[in-house]
Structure formats: structure tokens, C-alpha cells
Design a protein. Structure first.
Length: 229
């Protein structure tokens, strides 16, 4: 789909899987941190279990999800389910809670996330012509992650599901960022990798969409799509 530049005034970006990526597979991180607390499971088993549990678990603010007080509680339930699915024997609640706290902090630590090789170039070039924002289902840790990766200052707004009380593809997420930017939906292009959360969500909200990742194009192609080369 060609993009008509006059219609676009702002670009919103998904975060994980679009601008940033994990430095190592989830199972490797889970296994290494768990071992420090006497919990043992093979990384490949944890990877397999994570994919299964993630697919089966509604997002935190989905109508089908339990009403957790915050996303940290949601993540703790995810992690417990992943280890049980992998066949691991879990310790008592106190030890498990200590492990989870350690794991939760790990995924906010420097070095855990890497910037997509094309991200800084894309943001620099796009930022000269368009207003930029982040629109993500990530939790509140994202701001620190983006700051550590020297990306945060590129964005005029950061809209997160935990602060909106909704998760993409819920239209509330898209309406929130459009409201913060003070722009009509049709003037915003959303860039993301998830076919449902980013693709279906943006189109239903009236945004334009540019899909990246395994089911889309490389992020660098956004420069050509917008004629920014």
C-alpha cells in the first residue's frame, strides 16, 4: 500500500518486536534467573511453554482477563504458568515471589533489550517530518528501557496499556494517543509487528498501518515507504 504523505501528520510505534528486541530468548533468561533461586527447567522447555501460555492468556485489560490490580500481578501469573507448563517444580510462595521480583527487574535491566538495527535511523529521519509517539501494550518499565536505549527523547508521547486501562487492539488505546497528539485518526500511521494488536487495531481505529516483523516488512523499509531516503 502506498502512503500518501499529505494525509500523515504523526507516526506511532509499537515497542517490543518493532523498535526493540530481546537480547536472548525468553527461556534462556527465565532459566538463568530461576536457577539462582533453586528452580530448574531447560531453556528450550521454557521457551515452548512461554509460547503456549502467552497464546492462551488474555491481555491484562482484555474483557476475558481477570481484573488484576496491576500488570505485575498479571505477569506473576504468566510466569508461574510457564514454569508449571514446562514441568518445573516450584518452591514455596516466599521463594517464588523472590524469584519473580528478580525476574521482573531483569527485564528492565540494561542489556536485556536491544534496539532494532534500523530504529535510530528511521526515527531520526521520520522525526524531521512527522510527530512521533509510542503506542504499546508494554507495562510501565518501558519508559526506563527506552531511556536506557537512548530512544525516549525521540517521542512526543508514550501511551501504555497500563496507564490507559486498555490493551491493543482496543480502540481506546488508539483514541488515547490521537487525543494526546490532538490529531484525527486518519492522519496517523501506526507501525507495529502484531497482526491483530497493531494491524487490526489500527485499521479499526481509522489509523493507517505499516506492518513490520516476520509477517511484514523490515523496519528500514518505512523510510522508502514514506519517501524519506
Amino acid at each position: 500500500m502506498s502512503i500518501e504523505k499529505p494525509e500523515i501528520e504523526a507516526i506511532t510505534f509499537d515497542a517490543a518486536g518493532t523498535l526493540i528486541h530481546l537480547a536472548e530468548p525468553v527461556g534462556v533468561s527465565y532459566s538463568r534467573v530461576a536457577e539462582r533461586h533453586g528452580i530448574f527447567s531447560k531453556p528450550e522447555e521454557l521457551d515452548k511453554a512461554f509460547r503456549k501460555v502467552w497464546k492462551q492468556t488474555p491481555l491484562p485489560f482484555d474483557d476475558a482477563a481477570p481484573r488484576d490490580p496491576n500488570e505485575r500481578v498479571w505477569w506473576k501469573r504468566i510466569v508461574r504458568s510457564v514454569f508449571l507448563e514446562s514441568g518445573a517444580t516450584l518452591p514455596g510462595e516466599d521463594t517464588f515471589s523472590e524469584f519473580f521480583d528478580d525476574l521482573y527487574e531483569h527485564f528492565e535491566s540494561p542489556g536485556t533489550w536491544l534496539v532494532d538495527p534500523a530504529a535510530k535511523s528511521v526515527l531520526e529521519k521520520a522525526g524531521k517530518k512527522y510527530r512521533l509517539a509510542v503506542l504499546s501494550n508494554f507495562d510501565a518499565r518501558l519508559r526506563r528501557i527506552l531511556r536506557d536505549l537512548e530512544l525516549l527523547d525521540q517521542f512526543e508521547a508514550v501511551v501504555l496499556s497500563c496507564e490507559t486501562g486498555a490493551s491493543k487492539p482496543d480502540p481506546k488505546m488508539f483514541e488515547r494517543v490521537a487525543g494526546e497528539l490532538g490529531l484525527p485518526a486518519q492522519s496517523i500511521l501506526h507501525v507495529g509487528d502484531d497482526p491483530r494488536c497493531d494491524g487490526e487495531g489500527s485499521m479499526q481505529a481509522g489509523f493507517r498501518h505499516f506492518r513490520v516483523g516476520k509477517t511484514g516488512k523490515p523496519l528500514l523499509k518505512l523510510i522508502d515507504e514514506l519517501s524519506l531516503a
